[in-house]
Design a protein around this ligand. Sequence first.
Ligand code: PEP
Ligand code: MN
Length: 336
Amino acid sequence: MIVVMKHGATEEMIQRTARRIEELGLKAHIIQGTERTVIAAIGDERGKEELAACEDVEQVLPILAPYKIASRETKPEPTVIQVRELVIGGGRIGVIAGPCSVESETQIIDAARKVKAGGATALRGGAFKPRTSPYAFQGMQEEGLRLLSAAREATGLPVVTEVMTPHHVELVTRYADVLQIGARNMQNYHLLAAVGEIRKPVLLKRGLSATMEEFLLAAEYILDRGNHQVILCERGIRTFETHTRFTLPLASVPYLKERTHLPVVVDPSHGTGIASLVAPMCAASVACGADGLIIEVHPDPKKSMSDASQTISPEAFAAAMTQCRLIAHALGTQLG
Ligand code: PEP
Ligand code: MN
């Protein structure tokens, strides 16, 4: 249920109502809106009449969606995520760019400087890599995290990097500004719960074959643990089609934005797997209302130790961002 507090309800009234919700055996999530505060009472509909009759409460509404905290019914205004110069949501389009993997100090610092010059507001780079083959490069691991910190020092860009297991959440949280959950881990519920306990933003990638409902319920695992800073990422899905590495279904962007207040970013690199298709799909993502982009860029794309065929050069990245900026401007949003 959504317990809508009266306009101007004090902190004490809010806390008192939240306590009563918990006493009823429900979970209370306080959501401070710009207009008014609501409390999402997660569980069944027990105590509905009692809460509705409470003098501090305006009304009690059912939440119809299975994902309760992620739903727009609970929080109509968009969630905006901000870390350093990265702003995602509320009309601001965040640009996360960098190599698939951290490979060396020179590579990551060079990449960070170049993507910043081209318009990035955050640096990406995998230190722990989920590779299809156990014989493929698995990432520089903790050393990679240290190099990402050095790149942040050098450029000021916040760092987005993947965490693959609950055991590493504490370690990755020490170095990263945003923790990425990879597509292959979207339904790793212990990992989702573990990043739900931290208080840094999480970029959750859509699973290779996940439905929109499964995707939003995965986000709900993180939100339910109290971490409300979740960014959804459409990165393409498996279909019968083989002309691209994955199929990038951009209708999911406006669809998600109708149903959730969480920001939605698009990954056209993994979504296509083909470098020449990245720029047009960046443009299309901005055009359909994406709140951000995550793009693989390497100082020397052919030499990328992972995902070389979908990686673009800093020059191609800068040109793509110039085009995206124009599209954003036409739509009344702002890139970067
Ligand atoms: C990545 O961003 O490098 C990555 C492995 O992405 P995904 O989990 O979407 O395949
Ligand atoms: Mn990659």
